[in-house]
Design a protein around this ligand. Structure first.
Ligand code: AMP
Ligand code: ZN
Length: 136
C-alpha cells in the first residue's frame, strides 16, 4: 500500500527495531514508547484496521502479542501488560495499517492510564445485547 508507513517498514524502506518476524507477522518497537518495550505487532499484509483482517491472521497476530507480553514479564521485568488496539480515528487510530500495541506495565506511575468511566445510564442492555448478537 503506497504511503503506508507500516508497509514501508515491512518492505525495509523505513528502519525499525525488530522484535519478531515470520512469513506473515512483524513486531517492532514503537518509535514513541509509552513504556519500556512498547511493541507494535502487525500483519505484513496491509489491512486498514482490525475490522478487515482475516480471522486466522488475526489469531496469528494475537499469538505473537501474547509471546511478547510473556517476554516483557520474563525479560524486561514488567509486572503486567496492556494489549491495545485502536480501530478507526475516533478510537485513536493514527496509522491505518492494522496493529496491536503490547505495552508492558511496571508500576502504578506508568504514564498510561486506561480508565473506564462507567457513567452511562439508561442504556437498554437487553436490546443492545440482542442487536449485537444478531450480527455475530
Ligand atoms: P495508533 O495511534 O494506534 O494508530 O498507533 C500508531 C503508533 O505507531 C503510535 O504509537 C506511533 O508512535 C507508532 N509509530 C508511528 N510511526 C512509527 C514508526 N516509523 N516506527 C515505529 N512506530 C511508529
Ligand atoms: Zn500498510
Amino acid at each position: 500500500m503506497d504511503n503506508c508507513i507500516f508497509c514501508k517498514i515491512v518492505n525495509g524502506d523505513i528502519p525499525c527495531y525488530k522484535v519478531y518476524e515470520d512469513a506473515e507477522v512483524l513486531a517492532f518497537l514503537d518509535v514513541s514508547p509509552v513504556t519500556k518495550g512498547h511493541t507494535l505487532v502487525i500483519p505484513k499484509e496491509h489491512f486498514d484496521s482490525l475490522l478487515y483482517c482475516p480471522k486466522d491472521l488475526l489469531g496469528k497476530v494475537m499469538a505473537v502479542a501474547q509471546k511478547i507480553a510473556q517476554a516483557s514479564i520474563t525479560t524486561l521485568g514488567a509486572k503486567g501488560v496492556n494489549i491495545v488496539n485502536n480501530t478507526n480515528p475516533i478510537a485513536g487510530q493514527t496509522v491505518m495499517h492494522f496493529h496491536v500495541h503490547v505495552i508492558p506495565r511496571y508500576s502504578d506511575d506508568d504514564q498510561l492510564k486506561l480508565e473506564f468511566n462507567k457513567n452511562l445510564e439508561n442504556l437498554n442492555l437487553p436490546v443492545i445485547a440482542e442487536n449485537l448478537s444478531k450480527k455475530i
